[in-house]
Design a protein around this ligand. Structure first.
Ligand code: TTP
Ligand code: MG
Length: 400
């Protein structure tokens, strides 16, 4: 049933983030109007509101409003100066929770991220189950609520996360994108600021549905470059990809030894084990990579990395291990005992986004085998099975 989703993009946005964290740190402020921002100084304060709890919003208090105005609207509110370090810590924790759902995640602000979970839905049953699980884990681990939008594109997912705030979940399947967008005000469109809004208003265009009535050439004529953007946004057309954060542009595993290790065969065994972990993770998230990197840290903490880029994309343990072993051999004479060894794969692409080359066709069978092994291993535990295929590689090496 989920096949009708060409992509599943999620936008997560925390509710009244700074104010919610303050309420968490001061439970007596729960249910009360909390305003984070400049000091109101009895109404004479300068500066603006960072954010306000939903209780304070009932009085009309909003982000970026002068603090003096907020004070007039809500004189009995609880006014707090921002604690950036604490918010950043919560932000990191939330991003880490999100990264459990897919390595394809893009943090766009302190309390907001896009996730491409196209490859992860099968792990959770359905799109809805996955989204609910994200909300559940965030709340369980932080006691904060998030609002989530799910759609086939980034722009629609972002509008959807805002649709039922706070603590909302709005899922817009591909066939409902148009019906969802049409009644919404044009202001909801990404990139429509005050100036564009005024122009649209003059034309009598208030809703996205009205905007959609206008042909492309008319919009281009009236709005120049912005015209095509409006045309596409009104249709929910947005090809933009979730841009991977730098630290998750690769999948890697590493091990630090209890006692520094100089025996090559032991290092080699560990490398096989790490390669298997990396391969399994790539396959789990339906990713492939092209560049394999070996990392060694020696007794004196000096750290070296060596990498090799293949001519094809892979997520096979066998490939990762083979290249890793090759790179390890380049350190023929280890200058010192090894303290840490790691292996990673980068230059990641979508498993399905990769054009089928001759090589892929040849390896299709191997891939199927490894997937079955992964499933069995997850079911019955890592030790229950010997990985016949990597064992083959190993025996070859030992036989040499
Ligand atoms: P937002 O996600 O825009 O707002 P929010 O999380 O407070 O509320 P909502 O439930 O509507 O998402 O911004 C995240 C945080 O960024 C917010 O808590 C405080 C900070 N911020 C500012 O400091 N100034 C601003 O003008 C805005 C918009 C946000
Ligand atoms: Mg927010």
């Amino acid at each position: 049933m989920e096949n009708r989703w060409p992509r599943v993009i999620i936008h997560v946005d925390m509710d009244a983030f700074f104010a919610a964290v303050e309420q968490l740190l001061h439970p007596e402020w729960k249910g009360k109007p909390v305003i984070v921002g400049a000091d109101p100084r009895g109404g004479r304060g300068r500066g603006v509101v960072s954010t306000a709890s939903y209780e304070a919003r009932q009085f009309g208090v909003r982000s970026a409003m002068p603090i003096s105005q907020a004070y007039r609207l809500c004189p009995h509110g609880i006014y707090v100066r921002p604690h950036g370090e604490v918010y950043a810590q919560y932000s990191r924790q939330i991003m880490q929770i999100l990264a459990e759902f897919t390595p394809r995640i893009q943090a766009v602000s302190i309390d907001e991220a896009f996730l491409d979970v196209t490859g992860s839905v099968h792990l959770f049953g359905s799109v809805e189950d996955l989204a609910l699980e994200i909300k559940r884990r965030i709340f369980q681990q932080t006691r904060l609520t998030a609002s989530i939008g799910v759609a086939p594109s980034k722009s629609v997912a972002k509008i959807a996360s805002d649709f039922q705030k706070p603590d909302g979940l709005t899922i817009v399947p591909p066939e409902q994108v148009q019906a969802f967008l049409d009644p919404l005000p044009v202001r909801k469109i990404w990139g429509v600021g005050e100036k564009t809004y005024q122009q649209l208003h003059h034309l009598g265009i208030e809703t996205i549905g009205q905007l959609r009535q206008y042909p492309l050439n008319v919009l281009q004529q009236k709005f120049g470059k912005m015209g095509e953007h409006l045309y596409r946004m009104a249709r929910g057309e947005d090809e933009r990809e979730v841009e991977l954060d730098d630290e998750i542009k690769s999948v890697s595993h590493e091990t630090t030894f209890d006692v520094d290790e100089s025996r090559l065969d032991v290092l080699d065994d560990v490398l096989l084990n790490l390669s298997e972990k990396v391969g399994r993770r790539l396959r789990k998230y339906r990713l492939k990579g092209k560049t394999i990197q070996l990392k060694l840290r020696f007794s004196d903490f000096s750290t070296f990395t060596r990498s090799h880029t293949l001519s094809h994309y892979t997520n096979l343990t066998e490939d990762i291990y083979r290249v890793g072993r090759h790179l390890l051999q380049e350190f023929q004479q280890l200058p010192q005992p090894v303290r840490l060894i790691g292996i990673g794969v980068s230059h990641l692409v979508d498993e399905s986004g990769v054009q089928l080359s001759f090589w892929d066709l040849e390896n299709e069978k191997k891939l199927q085998l490894e997937k079955i092994m992964d499933q069995l291993q997850e079911k019955y535990g890592a030790l229950a099975l010997t990985h016949a295929q990597t064992l083959g590689v190993k025996q070859q090496r030992k036989g040499k």
